[in-house]
Design a protein around this ligand. Structure first.
Ligand code: AP5
Ligand code: ZN
Length: 206
């Protein structure tokens, strides 16, 4: 399957993606993860992108569109399909994808309230070694990795609120572009339940 996974920041895209990968074997392509890794490595791309990311703004299309299209054209993705987590985030990005001939089989919209998003993101923690996502209350990191756990620089309340408004203004209209393959999933339930609903939707559509 070729799946676009979208929804407000904190809806659970990064939590659900690995569960779908395990089930279907597609490749997880997440621009946010790629940019954060570039920042950690100190590459020019990472340093440039970090300026936009920490405030919760989108990075410019020149930095992201060609990179993602290139990744989607690689053999492993062409053969196994993809789960796109964080792209397209604007109508122009959606058209860039379609113009490149990349047609998704499913567009999954994770639905959740803004209040819930604020609770999830302010409590989120990451393991930079494995990429695993945790939450101080809902899914606490194991004690033996406690000292390497980090918090994202855009998980402070000002940046969280800004990301929510960027989503409303710029990303939400993308739903209309993919209306014909759009599935809405309740993302306020537990992540296992939300993932189960995504799996059922993907099976149904193939
Ligand atoms: P990105 O990394 O994509 O961030 P985002 O869209 O803001 O989404 P998040 O990663 O914050 O949330 P998520 O939905 O993955 O939630 P998660 O599973 O982690 O993008 C970051 C930045 O990169 C952008 O702001 C932009 O600057 C740049 N960028 C990326 N793509 C771009 C593009 N295409 N164009 C331009 N710029 C781009 O879960 C959140 C928390 O909730 C975790 O703590 C988790 O444990 C917990 N949780 C998850 N599910 C549940 C549940 N069901 N119940 C309880 N807790 C849960
Ligand atoms: Zn994410």
């Amino acid at each position: 399957p070729r799946v676009i996974l979208t929804g407000l920041p904190g809806a659970g895209k990064g939590t659900i993606s690995p569960i779908l990968v395990k089930e279907f074997g597609m490749v997880h392509v997440a621009p946010g993860d790629i940019l954060r890794a570039a920042k950690r490595d100190g590459t020019p791309l990472g340093l440039e992108a970090a300026k936009y990311m920490s405030a919760g703004n989108l990075v410019p299309d020149e930095l992201i569109v060609a990179m993602i299209l290139q990744r989607l054209a690689e053999d492993d993705v062409v053969q196994n399909g993809f789960i796109l987590d964080g792209f397209p985030r604007s109508v122009p990005q959606a058209h860039a994808l379609l113009d490149a001939g990349v047609i998704p089989t499913h567009f999954i919209l994770l639905e959740i309230t803004e209040d819930e998003v604020r609770m999830r993101l302010s409590g989120r923690r990451l393991d930079p070694t494995t990429g695993s996502v945790y939450h101080v209350e809902y899914n606490p990191p194991p004690a033996d990795i406690a000292e390497r756990i980090i918090q994202r620089s855009d998980d402070v309340i000002e940046a969280i609120n800004h990301r929510i408004s960027v989503y409303r203004m710029t990303t939400a209209p993308v739903v209309d572009v993919f209306a014909s393959c759009c599935v809405r999933i309740n993302a306020s339930q537990g992540s296992d339940d939300a993932a189960r609903d995504c799996i059922a939707a993907i099976r149904k559509g193939r």
